[in-house]
Design a protein around this ligand. Structure first.
Ligand code: HEC
Length: 143
């Protein structure tokens, strides 16, 4: 009995250790997206609009956007993670949110050189809506 308990406790510790940092790693990847997503928003809202910089940020966002989504291993909700269990319970819906988001980011990047700022702004807004839609469904409150 004693031996069994000790073993279980040991496995629990090993298990926790193996997962330590998953939430933090994901949050870091999402925060990396902010380095380009935020300046894009500022330029479109408040200006000044510098096309060369805008294109650079759009390229950087396109590179950073897919990274967090490779980091959602099943069972990786730890003490800092805001991931909801629905991510793994509703994989098709989760995938749809990811695909829509990456398409919106690609669309902005593909049109970043355009002089039609109203259209560029719409593309940016589509990204923002995608962030919110996924967060509403799949991100829980801050821990
Ligand atoms: C397909 C779903 C999805 C999309 C799209 C998405 N996120 Fe998230 N985001 C999440 C989830 C889930 C977490 C929580 C990860 C964790 O804590 O394990 C998260 C975490 C974050 C974090 C980490 C800090 C925190 O307080 O949770 C930031 C910052 C963030 N997202 C910003 C954004 C922005 C900005 C966009 C759009 C440009 C975006 N996200 C798009 C699902 C998404």
């Amino acid at each position: 009995m004693m031996k069994k308990l000790t073993m279980a406790a040991l496995l629990a510790v090993v298990g926790m250790h193996a997962m330590a940092g998953a939430g933090e790693d994901r949050q870091k990847s999402f925060k990396k997206m902010l380095l380009s997503y935020e300046p894009i928003g500022v330029m479109l809202r408040d200006g000044p609009f510098r096309k060369d910089q805008f294109i650079k940020h759009a390229d950087a966002l396109k590179l950073a956007a897919p990274l967090p989504f490779a980091q959602f291993a099943p069972g990786s909700i730890d003490d800092v993670s805001r991931a909801k269990p629905e991510i793994w319970q509703q994989p098709a819906r989760w995938k749809q949110e990811e695909v829509r988001f990456l398409q919106a980011v690609s669309a902005l990047q593909a049109g970043a050189a355009s002089d039609d700022l109203a259209t560029v702004r719409n593309k940016y807004n589509a990204i923002s809506q995608s962030c919110k839609s996924c967060h509403d469904a799949f991100r829980g409150p801050k821990k």
